[in-house]
Write a protein that binds this ligand. Structure first.
Ligand SMILES: [Mn+2]
Length: 238
């Protein structure tokens, strides 16, 4: 597949669609999750308007996917403005981050943004989104059978028409997958079986099966591993 780029742990950004920021200051929860981002720039465009961020925080990580309106340079500009803002605000509550994004994107064409704070200490996600970045949490294929949970995004455009947003909380079980996808991925992927494998295999399979030719496409897959067996969330000294 042409124009596909991937970014996965170890946390090295291999394309401009994914910024992975690992801070030595916040490495306590590095072993608690693994993730991968794959993206494809629309044929004929030089830059993708889709972007992702995974940044370590004091409590775990901030995870975000942005789809700048449309595609091409203007979309990429809006997306990179959102990523820059979120890097600076990574420790804040997610509704506040979205509101700051809205202010930062006023001079751009705007974007769909979904932002997720991973609280690794408590094994919970707090998330909210505006616009049509699809987001689900699904149980591991071999784990306890649980329904997929869908994030209910608010309609609107960050930077242009911002609705009131509230975050939703989801508890994680070891093996759970968080999947975020821009609308360059056919939204019917959520009713398909989730492919097996490592996060990069899951992400790549979703992109190959459901990616549209008419837009940039990006999939982020994060697997929650939880604390290692026998380990304790509190009082870790290493
Ligand atoms: Mn799009």
């Amino acid at each position: 597949m042409e124009n596909v780029s991937a970014c996965a742990q170890p946390r090295t950004a291999t394309d401009e669609s994914c910024e992975s920021c690992k801070s030595d200051e916040f490495d306590e929860f590095d072993e608690f999750y693994e993730y991968s981002v794959v993206s494809r720039t629309m044929y004929g465009e030089q830059r993708s308007g889709d972007a992702a961020l995974v940044q370590t925080t004091a409590d775990g990580a901030l995870v975000a996917v942005v789809d700048g309106l449309g595609h091409g340079d203007e979309a990429a500009l809006a997306a990179s403005a959102a990523i820059k803002l979120m890097r600076e605000q990574a420790g804040e509550a997610v509704p506040a981050i979205l509101q700051r994004c809205h202010e930062a994107l006023q001079q751009t064409r705007g974007a769909a943004v979904t932002v997720v704070a991973l609280d690794a200490r408590r094994g919970k996600l707090s998330w909210c989104g505006v616009g049509n970045v699809e987001a689900i949490v699904t149980s591991a294929a071999n784990g306890p059978l649980r329904n997929k949970r869908y994030l209910t995004n608010c309609g609107g455009v960050v930077g242009y028409r911002m609705p009131a947003v509230r975050d939703q909380l989801v508890s994680l079980h070891p093996g759970d997958l968080l999947i975020l996808a821009t609308d360059g991925i056919d939204s019917r992927f959520v009713s398909d079986d989730i492919p097996a494998g490592e996060p990069h295999q899951v992400a790549r399979a979703i992109l190959e099966r459901h990616g549209k030719a008419s837009d940039d496409a990006l999939v982020l897959v994060l697997r929650w591993l939880g604390p290692a067996a026998g380990g304790s969330l509190l009082g870790r000294t290493s």
